[in-house]
Design a protein around this ligand. Sequence first.
Ligand SMILES: Cc1ncc(COP(=O)(O)O)c(C=O)c1O
Length: 371
Amino acid sequence: MNTASGVPYLDLAEAAAADEPDLSFAVLAAVRRGRYVLGGEVASFEAEWASFCGAARAVGVANGTDAITLALRALGIGPGDEVLTVSMTCAPTATGILRAGATPVFVDVEEDRLTMDAARLAGAVTPRTKAILPVHLYGRVADVDAIGAFARERGLVVVEDCAQAHGAAWNGRPVGTFGRTAAWSFYPTKNLGALGDAGAVTVAGAADADVADRVARLRSYGYATRNDAGERGFNSRLDEIQAAALRVRLRKLAAGNRRRAEIAARYDAALAGAVRVPPPPRSGEAPAHHLYVVRVPDRETFRARLSEKGVGTDVHYPRAVHEQPAFARLPRGPLPATERAMCEVVSLPLHPLLTDSEADRVIAAVLASAR
Ligand SMILES: Cc1ncc(COP(=O)(O)O)c(C=O)c1O
């Protein structure tokens, strides 16, 4: 509960205070144990995260960008290969692919849901295409059925970017289990957030134990055995303090997601006539409600009016990936839905600690600002 009259977009110190004293106890215990990188906390978190995601294995890594790189590299995807993905995401989706040595190829998103438009895949495939990497943006589930069917037909692998979709599911099956591997970020703002950078790769099927083992080698210099690199790897290890914090917060993730869903429903009911609210979930879709993103024609005026009323907002994201200088030369199809959305999207406060009265203050401010 924020006692000031305004409603900040997100206050991570407030979130940390809510997790006291469990966080302090777990972190201090990890400090006292004297093992700081890849120890028992990491192993326990990996087992608990795999179980939460319905995955065969989870391998903790340093962040979500590295998770994308390692999720691809462990499947043998690298230089010379193309990966179909979206530009309606943030830079690390492309960075993770590029760092694997592969080339991202951007396809457009569905106009309303803003996740990969499977109908655009056929037009973007080349003989170099090896993988499809959809993003479950804002916690919404991409069209995994159509993407999966296309991938099977063309002999491509699917790797899911689940950085924003902790706990989302499609027909009862958790996201991250539709591709062979999935990349997770535990950046502090995520539904499951660490006290710094952290990430994981999950491997959906037990038959892919060798893929998980390869991720585990790649994250630690490519060592097959200690001090003996079987292949060129990275330093992308998860540390014990982050794993200890993640284990504390994982216990509250399902409840946090339920609270996010309640706030989103409150916003939906009150705001539908005033701004373009997110489309309702498809039948079978259980979103993670990571972000509540509305669309308005004049974003800057809208945000300024909300700010005057003390309501914080954010933009995810101000520019599509292909519109940023570092990625402008990458191959892409036409991206009209992406470009339209990127000018209009505004994220409203949405986190488990938001009270009903704060949500109502956000609603009142939006209703007064959307004219
Ligand atoms: C969709 C998406 N992909 C990848 C990432 C990268 O994660 P990280 O910041 O942990 O490297 C993020 C988070 O920032 C993200 O939102």
